[in-house]
Design a protein. Structure first.
Length: 292
């Protein structure tokens, strides 16, 4: 299973529109709260550290964000104050989300990813982009309303196309200037207004490597809470093996044969070239193609 997928929560979208229902859920004795400090979730024993109401007395001024119901029990996320030192140290340790994804169980990773994406959005949308006045939380955290102009704002999910160009038994991998030395991955870019997924794939490959493609095939998707993207994984049939990197985002690219990919994924080849980690959809795109 891809990291951040398989979220088991019932988000109760109809019920959470009732403020009284949300307040009642927060007050329940079995309600659980996931603290995040500096966008880092609290972990303990390689699990998400959900706390009770009593455990969060020191953060009584924080406004919990409703995540959903797990077997009927309400779960919330809580942004802790931006102190210099982490709070709640008796209950666990705060971990960077990327690092947490490597150690958490799949279910925890999906829930924590949802929490981080929501908390990130609220931190950035305290004021109305329409008139500049303060906004207020509604629907348990899935909507903000401007107190002045009544404009409504909803949590963002930014679609990103991530694609693997194919030519026969080879795939084209790129090295972005932000990557560590020797790291190669799939190509990716944000979709633009008025653009389909297929058009976005074609445009990004043309812009980054001057690769022209014919058929574009959707393969899988993945929520990616950095801060709030939805990765749309695709394969694209390259019309030729010719390419020319843009030199701005992509520093180098190389065609890699399926046999070589299998060797690298199996750890049988160690020459400094690295492929994406298993938590990323780029790994799934590469691994699924290589397995056929």
């Amino acid at each position: 299973m891809l990291s951040f997928t398989g979220n088991p929560l019932d988000r109760a979208s109809m019920a959470r529109a009732d403020p009284g229902w949300v307040v009642a859920q927060r007050a329940r004795g079995d309600a659980l709260f996931l603290p995040l400090w500096q966008a880092k979730p609290l972990l303990k024993d390689q699990r998400a550290a959900f706390l009770s109401n009593g455990d969060l007395e020191t953060a009584a001024d924080a406004q919990p964000i409703f995540l959903g119901l797990q077997d009927g029990r309400p779960l919330f996320a809580v942004a802790m104050p931006d102190s210099e030192t982490p709070p709640l140290t008796d209950h666990g340790e705060f971990h960077d989300m990327r690092a947490a994804a490597f150690i958490l169980p799949d279910t925890d990773t999906a829930i924590v990813g949802q929490a981080k994406a929501l908390i990130d959005w609220h931190r950035r949308h305290g004021f109305c982009p329409n008139c500049g006045n303060a906004t207020e939380i509604r629907d348990g955290g899935y909507r903000r309303v401007c107190s002045a102009c009544s404009a409504e704002h909803f949590p963002r999910t930014d679609p990103v196309v991530i694609m693997l160009p194919l030519q026969g038994e080879e795939c084209l991998l790129g090295h972005n200037k932000r990557f560590q030395p020797g790291f190669y991955s799939a190509f990716a870019g944000f979709l633009e207004p008025g653009e389909t997924m297929e058009e976005g794939v074609s445009r990004e490959l043309r812009e980054e490597a001057e690769v022209k493609v014919s058929e574009v095939r959707y393969h899988a998707s993945q929520p990616w809470p950095f801060p709030s993207s939805l990765m749309l994984g695709c394969y694209a049939d390259a019309l030729s093996k010719d390419f020319r990197i843009d030199g701005h985002e992509i520093e180098s690219a190389r065609w890699m044969h399926k046999r070589e990919v299998r060797e690298r994924l199996a750890g049988q080849k160690d020459d400094g070239v690295k492929l994406p980690a298993a938590i990323a959809i780029a790994h799934k795109l590469i691994a699924d193609w290589a397995s056929t």
